[in-house]
Design a protein around this ligand. Structure first.
Ligand code: C5P
Length: 216
């Protein structure tokens, strides 16, 4: 690991989407590219941390000095996160699917017959909330909130509901998902810091500086 202010610290980052299988060839996914999470993992490694990056399926290179664990589904991500703990800082950037199919078909679903199949969904575990409730909860636990309206208001509620220390809120009504720039609000209770739009690498560097300052 590099020398820096996070030397000797373990930072856990989740990033990317999850894929929820329907049958052996189909899945439900979302538009997360993983770029913001990968940039945070890279910035933490540059700051000297040992970094575990639990990544959903994305087309991105592993940043230098980062230990990457690849997963597909939310259940696999939850399991990988549990195994990566303890951590000094956990940053849950992944766009975890809220729902998975209640039953994964063992064989490929067939088109023959008249009615299309009905997908029955069931709720995935909330990884962030689960980590918040664990005895080995990281001392600094950060969530993300992608919203298309009332971004800060929803982020404040989400922070309380999930038991995170901070929520990084971003407005994804534009082309943030998959894009190279992001404008975020750092919601730490009633105190909110809003950053202007900038490249995701710069957002990552500033966030990691803030995380470092918050560690005791
Ligand atoms: O509820 P929502 O999906 O908007 O919350 C976003 C935050 O919660 C992100 O930090 C995301 O990584 C995390 N999350 C999670 N597990 C889920 C859903 C969201 O860790 N099942």
């Amino acid at each position: 690991t590099a020398d820096g202010p996070l030397k000797g610290r373990h930072v856990l980052v989740t990033a990317g989407p999850t894929w929820e299988p329907i049958d052996p060839v189909r899945y439900i996914a979302n538009r997360s590219s993983g770029k913001q999470g990968f940039a945070i993992a890279a910035a933490a490694a540059r700051a000297g941390a040992r970094v575990t990056l639990v990544a959903g399926p994305v087309h991105l290179e592993t940043p230098p000095g980062v230990d990457r664990v690849d997963v597909e589904s939310a259940l696999q991500m939850a399991d990988a996160v549990k195994r990566a703990l303890p951590a000094d800082i956990a940053v849950m950037v992944a766009a975890v699917a809220d729902w998975r199919t209640a039953d994964v078909a063992k064989e490929k679903l067939k088109k023959r017959g008249s009615a299309p199949p009905a997908l029955v969904l069931t709720e995935n575990p909330d990884i962030l909330a689960t980590v918040a409730a664990r005895p080995d909860r990281p001392p600094l636990l950060i969530g993300f909130a992608a919203e298309t309206q009332d971004v800060v208001k929803h982020a404040k509620e989400k922070r309380k509901r999930k038991g995170a220390d901070w929520i990084i809120a971003n407005d994804v009504s534009g082309d943030v998902m998959g894009g190279d720039a992001n404008a975020v609000h750092i919601v730490r209770g009633d105190d909110v810091i809003s950053l202007p739009e900038m490249p995701k690498e710069d957002v990552a560097r500033i966030l990691v500086e803030r995380f470092t300052d918050a560690l005791v």
